[in-house]
Design a protein around this ligand. Structure first.
Ligand SMILES: *Cc1c(COP(=O)(O)O)cnc(C)c1O
Length: 423
């Protein structure tokens, strides 16, 4: 059997039907923004391989740090033991996170960072003998694919087979200019019931629901009201963290800072799987006890894996360099320019950008969901032009590694323009 036949025989790929889809492309190496395939193609990764790769692929500095760490200490149990890569990373993260954050809890990925945040918030009230058990989330939310993270996400085609197994959550409408006042009023009414443990949100931009941007001022008002009424605010910065939105964190656009912050995707520069849940001293205080019943009894085998922490420390060093910050601003203004150029282009339902994220929504006659027919047109169109853009239904978005050059960005923009003139 050749490699592809073996792949088909042995492997089950994520979010992929087992029949009727094109063969996967076999990637043999990658560098910078390019994926190199077995058959000699060079594909621009304008998706940052599911939004994780921020410094380009196979970055030599990260690779070197990973290699050093693998030869020194590859892994150690994280209960009763600790190590310098985890300690340095906590120190590094706390130096750039909002000032109210004071402790770091490690896990393996975005979904687990959410599970940790939810459990941390539920037990915060439990430890104090208070009956606050419900959660508020925003319509359209995506927080991951495990049961807890699915529960606080939108009930959609993705969650249909599992709906009855998800815990109940109160959703407020996705905020728009038109419904702002009513969203805030409903939110306040919910909070006033005193039943809520936490409010979870993707700050100012929802990722998987279609790179939907909403008003930071309204979110500030919601956080302020929740915090004044003893509801824990959890910011899911799994997608927005580490410069994606133009600032280091989307929470940096807010005046009122979240109590708990979840990080993953960009954390290791897309090199290793790692999740982080940070929290304030006030959260920690409810756990300050020798009592095992008040202990946060949660952990994963690979919690704070030293190689993952070493790659995150290397990624942090690159992120904090002026060169990287300049790249983020450069991509931001390129996106802005492209947006302004096409604000009135017909066939586009909407074009929007925030920091290094640019999203373009096309008019469709029928379904605009993820299952939209248009998806089957968009994905191959760009791939045939050696550009990886994974559409969300009738929407495409660019979320590139920060090292993408202006020429490479232009190539992606040109392909997008070619697509809408073909419509
Ligand atoms: C991707 C994502 C998650 C889930 O992270 P995984 O590492 O895929 O489990 C959670 N929240 C947001 C906002 C995400 O974009």
């Amino acid at each position: 059997m050749n490699w592809l036949d073996k792949d088909k025989e042995y492997i089950w790929h994520p979010f992929t039907p087992l029949l009727g889809v094109a063969d996967p492309l076999c990637v043999t190496s990658a560098s910078g923004v390019y994926l190199h395939t077995e058959d000699g193609r060079k594909i621009i990764d304008a998706n940052s391989s599911w939004w994780v790769n921020i410094h380009g692929h196979a970055h030599p500095f990260i690779a070197e740090k990973v290699s050093e760490q693998a030869k020194t200490l590859e892994h150690v149990i994280f209960a009763g033991f600790t190590h310098k890569p985890a300690i340095s990373l906590a120190e590094n993260l706390l130096s750039i996170l909002p000032k109210n954050q004071s402790k770091i809890f490690y896990s393996d990925n975005g979904s687990t960072s959410i599970e940790v945040a939810l459990k941390m918030a539920f037990q915060f009230w439990y430890n104090q003998g208070l009956n606050k058990k419900r959660v508020i989330a925003i319509d359209g939310a995506y927080h991951g694919d495990t049961f807890g993270s699915m529960s606080v996400g939108e009930r959609s085609d993705f969650t249909k087979p599992f709906t009855e197994h998800l815990f109940e959550v109160e959703f407020v409408d996705f905020p728009t200019e038109a419904n702002k006042a009513s969203v805030l009023e409903r939110f306040k009414n919910l909070i006033d019931s005193n039943e809520f443990a936490s409010f979870i949100f993707e700050p100012i931009i929802q990722g998987a629901s279609g790179m939907r941007i909403y008003d930071a001022t309204l979110l500030d008002q919601m956080i302020q009201y929740a915090q004044n009424n003893s509801v824990i605010c959890i910011a899911d910065e799994v997608m927005t963290g580490f410069g994606r939105t133009g600032k280091l964190f989307a929470s940096d656009y807010l005046k009122y800072k979240p109590d708990i912050i979840c990080l993953s995707k960009g954390l290791t520069g897309g090199t290793m799987a790692l999740g982080v849940t940070s929290c304030t001293n006030a959260i920690v205080d409810a756990y300050m006890s020798k009592d095992l019943y008040k202990t946060f009894l949660h952990g994963h085998s690979f919690t704070a894996n030293p190689i993952a922490c070493a790659s995150a420390n290397a990624s942090f060093e690159l992120l904090m360099k002026q060169e990287c910050q300049d790249n983020i601003q450069r991509i931001t203004s390129q996106h802005e320019r492209f947006k302004q150029k096409h604000e009135h282009t017909s066939k586009l339902k909407d074009i929007r950008s925030l920091g290094t994220i640019l999203a373009i929504e096309f008019e469709t006659e029928n379904d605009s969901s993820y299952f939209s027919e248009m998806r089957n047109q968009l994905y191959p169109f760009f791939l045939e032009r050696n550009i990886l853009l994974r559409p969300l239904g009738n929407l495409i978005y660019i979320i590139p590694p920060y090292v993408i050059s202006n020429d490479e960005l232009e190539k992606v923009y040109a392909a997008i323009e070619e697509f809408f003139t073909s419509l």
